[in-house]
Ligand binder design. Sequence first.
Ligand SMILES: [Zn+2]
Length: 259
Amino acid sequence: MFRLPVSKIDVELRHATGAEDMLLLEGSGDVVETSIALVERLARRADGGALDAAALPVPDVEALLLEMRRRWYGDVIASRGRCPAEECGAATDVSFRISEYVAHRRIRMPANVEPLHEASWFQLMGTAVQFRLVTAGDVAAAVQSTNPERELARRTIRSESAQAFRRTHYKAQKAMEALAPPLSGEIEGRCPECGTAARFWFDAQSYVQREMRYEAEFLYHDVHLLAGRYHWSEEKILSLPSGRRVQYAEMALRGAGGN
Ligand SMILES: [Zn+2]
């Protein structure tokens, strides 16, 4: 079981199959849409209900993808880079543990914010500005618009006038970050040679999807091999957990080599 950090919903995860591999290889390519589809396929509420992934705050979707990554490929994320100091340029690996990274994001209710009776909306006290947390569905819709940032604000911040909005929307955004700390951002490490700070931008959704796509890379090959060897249908092969499919494919390949 896994508890979503912001919405506190308990979820169960299941293993990815070839169907999810196919989604990664042939899906729309939009990162947030792909995350929503993956979460809806692979996670369900522990109480048995369906999980509405588009309605989840973005950090919950990020946390779920990182949890999948932690369970399937391990806890440590390592990024290989070069020291930014021109005269140095040594290999600088920045690594961190997903478990610690997620646990360090502390959710806090800012003193100038109070929840409204209307579910998921908040009031910025002393102002007429109200807001709610940005969901994965908001981001997926905003990237389709001509001005994503404005579209996100339009969907999640309410104020009585444009003037009030301009004055306070920064405060509303700060409050959102306190209530739902993002899991994408700058990661900092030190060059082992000269000690210069090396930074890189970590985008949780893109990172996990890219890794899953690497793992899915041999899907067509596996289907071709297993269909030929065992006369299984494409549908049956795609329904296998990905790890098991890869095992069978390796065995079929070894068998073929031995004959
Ligand atoms: Zn250096």
